[in-house]
Design a protein around this ligand. Structure first.
Ligand code: ROI
Length: 165
Protein backbone atom coordinates (compact mmCIF):
# COMPACT_ATOMS: atom_id res chain seq x y z
CA UNK A 1 0.00 0.00 0.00
CA UNK A 2 1.47 3.39 -0.87
CA UNK A 3 1.95 5.34 2.35
CA UNK A 4 0.30 8.43 0.93
CA UNK A 5 -2.81 6.78 -0.57
CA UNK A 6 -6.04 8.60 0.21
CA UNK A 7 -8.49 6.55 2.25
CA UNK A 8 -11.59 5.32 0.48
CA UNK A 9 -15.00 4.52 1.92
CA UNK A 10 -15.62 0.79 2.15
CA UNK A 11 -18.84 -0.89 3.25
CA UNK A 12 -18.85 -4.38 4.80
CA UNK A 13 -21.95 -6.53 5.26
CA UNK A 14 -21.91 -8.68 8.41
CA UNK A 15 -24.08 -11.76 8.91
CA UNK A 16 -24.39 -14.57 11.45
CA UNK A 17 -26.93 -17.31 12.06
CA UNK A 18 -25.05 -19.85 14.18
CA UNK A 19 -24.08 -19.78 17.83
CA UNK A 20 -24.03 -16.48 19.72
CA UNK A 21 -24.92 -14.37 16.70
CA UNK A 22 -24.61 -11.01 18.44
CA UNK A 23 -21.23 -11.91 19.96
CA UNK A 24 -19.96 -12.83 16.48
CA UNK A 25 -21.06 -9.48 15.05
CA UNK A 26 -19.67 -7.50 17.96
CA UNK A 27 -16.32 -9.30 17.75
CA UNK A 28 -16.24 -8.61 14.02
CA UNK A 29 -16.85 -4.89 14.57
CA UNK A 30 -14.02 -4.74 17.11
CA UNK A 31 -11.74 -6.58 14.68
CA UNK A 32 -12.71 -4.23 11.82
CA UNK A 33 -11.93 -1.21 14.00
CA UNK A 34 -8.54 -2.79 14.70
CA UNK A 35 -7.48 -3.36 11.08
CA UNK A 36 -4.29 -1.63 9.97
CA UNK A 37 -4.64 1.50 7.83
CA UNK A 38 -8.36 1.52 8.57
CA UNK A 39 -10.88 3.44 10.67
CA UNK A 40 -14.36 2.23 11.56
CA UNK A 41 -16.53 5.27 10.80
CA UNK A 42 -20.02 3.99 11.57
CA UNK A 43 -22.16 0.90 12.03
CA UNK A 44 -25.79 0.34 11.19
CA UNK A 45 -28.40 -1.01 13.54
CA UNK A 46 -28.37 -4.80 13.88
CA UNK A 47 -31.31 -6.50 12.13
CA UNK A 48 -32.87 -9.92 12.55
CA UNK A 49 -33.58 -11.27 9.09
CA UNK A 50 -35.34 -14.24 7.53
CA UNK A 51 -32.81 -16.55 5.83
CA UNK A 52 -32.38 -16.42 2.09
CA UNK A 53 -31.38 -19.89 0.92
CA UNK A 54 -32.06 -23.44 2.09
CA UNK A 55 -35.01 -23.84 4.45
CA UNK A 56 -34.52 -24.88 8.06
CA UNK A 57 -31.82 -22.32 8.89
CA UNK A 58 -32.06 -19.99 11.87
CA UNK A 59 -32.75 -16.33 11.28
CA UNK A 60 -29.69 -14.18 10.71
CA UNK A 61 -28.42 -11.10 12.43
CA UNK A 62 -27.21 -8.65 9.79
CA UNK A 63 -25.51 -5.26 9.90
CA UNK A 64 -23.31 -3.05 7.73
CA UNK A 65 -20.10 -1.26 8.73
CA UNK A 66 -18.61 1.82 7.09
CA UNK A 67 -14.81 1.97 6.99
CA UNK A 68 -12.26 4.47 5.78
CA UNK A 69 -9.27 2.48 4.58
CA UNK A 70 -6.15 2.67 2.50
CA UNK A 71 -6.04 -1.14 2.19
CA UNK A 72 -6.48 -2.28 -1.40
CA UNK A 73 -9.62 -4.34 -2.14
CA UNK A 74 -7.93 -7.75 -2.11
CA UNK A 75 -5.91 -6.89 1.01
CA UNK A 76 -9.14 -5.92 2.74
CA UNK A 77 -10.79 -9.14 1.51
CA UNK A 78 -7.92 -11.18 2.99
CA UNK A 79 -8.33 -9.36 6.30
CA UNK A 80 -12.07 -10.14 6.30
CA UNK A 81 -11.35 -13.86 5.77
CA UNK A 82 -8.98 -13.85 8.75
CA UNK A 83 -11.69 -12.27 10.93
CA UNK A 84 -14.26 -14.84 9.72
CA UNK A 85 -11.89 -17.67 10.55
CA UNK A 86 -11.24 -16.24 14.01
CA UNK A 87 -14.95 -16.78 14.73
CA UNK A 88 -14.75 -20.40 13.61
CA UNK A 89 -16.23 -19.86 10.17
CA UNK A 90 -16.66 -23.22 8.49
CA UNK A 91 -17.38 -23.32 4.78
CA UNK A 92 -19.83 -26.14 4.38
CA UNK A 93 -22.71 -26.11 1.92
CA UNK A 94 -23.16 -23.13 -0.36
CA UNK A 95 -25.73 -20.79 1.16
CA UNK A 96 -25.67 -22.78 4.39
CA UNK A 97 -25.64 -21.53 7.98
CA UNK A 98 -22.55 -19.67 9.15
CA UNK A 99 -21.07 -18.27 12.35
CA UNK A 100 -19.79 -15.13 10.64
CA UNK A 101 -19.93 -13.89 7.09
CA UNK A 102 -18.18 -10.66 6.08
CA UNK A 103 -18.85 -9.43 2.54
CA UNK A 104 -17.06 -6.49 0.97
CA UNK A 105 -19.88 -4.56 -0.69
CA UNK A 106 -18.13 -1.45 -1.96
CA UNK A 107 -14.58 -0.14 -2.00
CA UNK A 108 -14.71 3.49 -3.02
CA UNK A 109 -15.70 3.68 -6.66
CA UNK A 110 -13.80 0.47 -7.51
CA UNK A 111 -15.25 -1.94 -10.03
CA UNK A 112 -13.52 -5.29 -10.07
CA UNK A 113 -14.07 -8.73 -11.57
CA UNK A 114 -11.54 -11.00 -9.98
CA UNK A 115 -11.89 -14.73 -9.34
CA UNK A 116 -11.95 -13.91 -5.62
CA UNK A 117 -13.85 -10.65 -5.55
CA UNK A 118 -16.45 -8.77 -7.58
CA UNK A 119 -17.08 -5.11 -6.83
CA UNK A 120 -19.61 -3.74 -6.29
CA UNK A 121 -20.93 -6.92 -4.63
CA UNK A 122 -23.08 -8.48 -7.38
CA UNK A 123 -26.08 -9.42 -5.22
CA UNK A 124 -26.24 -6.47 -2.86
CA UNK A 125 -28.98 -4.54 -4.66
CA UNK A 126 -31.35 -7.52 -4.51
CA UNK A 127 -31.02 -8.22 -0.78
CA UNK A 128 -33.09 -6.33 1.75
CA UNK A 129 -30.90 -7.76 4.54
CA UNK A 130 -28.01 -5.77 2.99
CA UNK A 131 -29.81 -2.65 1.77
CA UNK A 132 -31.79 -1.95 4.95
CA UNK A 133 -28.64 -1.62 7.11
CA UNK A 134 -26.73 0.12 4.30
CA UNK A 135 -29.59 2.60 4.08
CA UNK A 136 -29.01 3.48 7.76
CA UNK A 137 -25.52 4.67 6.81
CA UNK A 138 -25.77 5.94 3.25
CA UNK A 139 -29.33 6.46 1.96
CA UNK A 140 -28.14 8.88 -0.74
CA UNK A 141 -25.24 6.79 -2.04
CA UNK A 142 -25.70 6.24 -5.79
CA UNK A 143 -25.20 2.84 -7.41
CA UNK A 144 -26.33 1.93 -10.91
CA UNK A 145 -27.88 5.41 -11.31
CA UNK A 146 -30.14 5.12 -8.30
CA UNK A 147 -29.81 5.94 -4.62
CA UNK A 148 -29.83 3.18 -2.01
CA UNK A 149 -33.18 4.63 -0.94
CA UNK A 150 -34.59 4.03 -4.45
CA UNK A 151 -33.14 0.52 -4.72
CA UNK A 152 -34.60 -0.35 -1.34
CA UNK A 153 -38.04 0.90 -2.32
CA UNK A 154 -38.24 -1.93 -4.91
CA UNK A 155 -37.57 -4.69 -2.35
CA UNK A 156 -39.79 -6.57 0.06
CA UNK A 157 -38.34 -5.71 3.45
CA UNK A 158 -40.88 -7.61 5.52
CA UNK A 159 -38.27 -10.22 6.59
CA UNK A 160 -35.96 -7.55 8.06
CA UNK A 161 -36.63 -6.08 11.49
CA UNK A 162 -34.43 -4.34 14.08
CA UNK A 163 -33.02 -6.97 16.47
CA UNK A 164 -34.35 -6.72 19.98
CA UNK A 165 -31.94 -8.90 21.94
N1 ROI B 1 -29.83 -14.70 4.53
C1 ROI B 1 -29.90 -13.68 5.38
N2 ROI B 1 -31.10 -13.30 5.84
N3 ROI B 1 -28.79 -13.00 5.80
C2 ROI B 1 -27.56 -13.33 5.35
O1 ROI B 1 -26.56 -12.69 5.76
C3 ROI B 1 -27.44 -14.40 4.45
N4 ROI B 1 -26.23 -14.77 3.96
C4 ROI B 1 -26.11 -15.72 3.05
C5 ROI B 1 -27.29 -16.50 2.54
C6 ROI B 1 -27.05 -17.97 2.82
C7 ROI B 1 -27.42 -16.24 1.04
N5 ROI B 1 -28.53 -16.11 3.17
C8 ROI B 1 -28.61 -15.08 4.05
O2 ROI B 1 -24.91 -16.00 2.56
Amino acid sequence: MPANADPVSAYIALGSNLGDRRAHLEAALIALADLPSTRLLATSLIYETAPLGPAGQQDYLNAVAHLATTLAPLALLDALLVIEQSRGRLRRERWGARTLDLDLLLHGAATLQDTRLTLPHPAMLDRAFVLVPLHDLAPDLILADRTIEQHLARLDRSGVRPATN
